[in-house]
Design a binder for this molecule. Structure first.
Ligand code: NAP
Length: 312
């Protein structure tokens, strides 16, 4: 057992991009006395065995959670409630149950009613990812230098929250806590709305008349290419995000539409000063992101592989 294996038995449910990245990071850092993992898909379970993503690949979610000290649901937001129901009778008293969903309010709403009072429910969202999915897409360094937001629920012991913070820090992440509702509002503007815009603009380009598809592809470096990367993100995951963070996204979308109308008016009126002022303000925001080290090579998220600091 590695000296850092202070987190006991860790169970990962769902071995896509995020689940398999956690599995690789746990193995690379030696964080678990035993790492157990599973996935709803038999093909994914078989692949996970083949590439040794965990010490043990369980056949069911219940079997994976049984006796684990930390259980992390790494499934689409819409599947979190079902997972909670399946694992609830098998949870060890004092266990930490968490997730990685991009929406937090709906995850709490769907999971909490199924979970016993004897466990600590501490939802989480690592703000890191790529546009790729599946067990081969993950990598151990995905969370290095990125933020993981915890939204502890009422009744979770402070020691359990600290333990989960230490777990994420050991994988290289910075950790912040906030309430689920605030998380959903912040992420609606920083992540969900940008994805919606990317999905829209790539669809618009695809349907354009008068501009050929080969021209769109050939000249994509003019800005379009970054949108295509974001718009290649997993359809199931993003469907669930918009279905489950409806109110916050609609609020941000309303603000965005008002701002777009202002810019539209400035273009129509030839108001160069308004355009210049707006672009100057947004340029400062970009520089602020770079200054705090949150800029990445790929759009929105994803980070080139880099060494994971040991003992972080
Ligand atoms: P993914 O690559 O599509 O993997 C999800 C895996 O979960 C799939 O293998 C899926 O199997 C499995 N699964 C679905 N329902 C299940 C169930 N009931 N029980 C067990 N396994 C189940 O997705 P991901 O990108 O890792 O996303 C997982 C979660 O992370 C989502 O909640 C998402 O919001 C969050 N997240 C994603 C990103 C990102 O950039 N991708 C970033 C931060 C957070 P099937 O394929 O058979 O359905």
């Amino acid at each position: 057992m590695n000296a850092q294996a202070t987190f006991g038995r860790v169970a990962i449910i769902g071995l896509g991009l995020i689940g398999s990245s956690i599995a690789r990071a746990v193995q690379a850092q030696g964080l678990a006395s035993e790492l157990v993992a599973t996935d709803a898909s038999p093909q994914v379970r078989a692949r996970a065995k083949e590439i040794a993503l965990a010490d043990r690949i369980a056949e069911t979610n219940a079997e994976a959670a049984d006796g684990a000290d930390i259980v992390i649901a790494c499934v689409p937001v819409g599947a979190c409630g079902t997972v909670a129901k399946e694992i609830a009778p098998h949870l060890k008293p004092g266990a930490i149950v968490s997730d990685v969903g991009s929406v937090k309010g709906a995850v709490v709403r769907d999971m909490k009613p199924h979970l016993p009072d004897t466990i600590n429910f501490v939802p989480a969202h690592p703000v890191a990812g790529t546009e790729h999915s599946g067990p081969d897409a993950g990598f151990a360094e995905l969370f290095v230098g990125r933020w993981c937001i915890l939204t502890p629920t009422e009744g979770a012991a402070p020691e359990a929250v600290e333990k989960l913070k230490a777990f994420w820090r050991a994988m290289g992440a910075n950790v912040e806590t906030m309430d689920a509702e605030h998380h959903d509002l912040v992420l609606a503007v920083t992540s969900h709305l940008p994805h919606l815009i990317a999905y829209t603009i790539v669809g618009t380009a695809d349907e354009l008349e008068g501009v050929t598809e080969s021209e769109v592809l050939k000249f994509s470096a003019g800005g379009f290419r970054d949108f295509t990367r974001i718009a290649a993100s997993d359809p199931t995951m993003w469907r669930d995000v918009f279905l489950n963070n409806k109110d916050a996204v609609l609020e941000m979308l309303g603000a965005f539409q008002e701002d777009l109308s202002k810019l539209t008016r400035a273009i129509r009126r030839g108001d160069g000063e308004a355009l210049f002022d707006h672009f100057t303000r947004t340029r400062a925001i970009r520089r602020g992101i770079v200054d705090i080290g949150q800029d990445a090579a790929s759009a929105d998220f994803g980070r080139p592989h880099q060494g994971l600091p040991k003992g972080n």
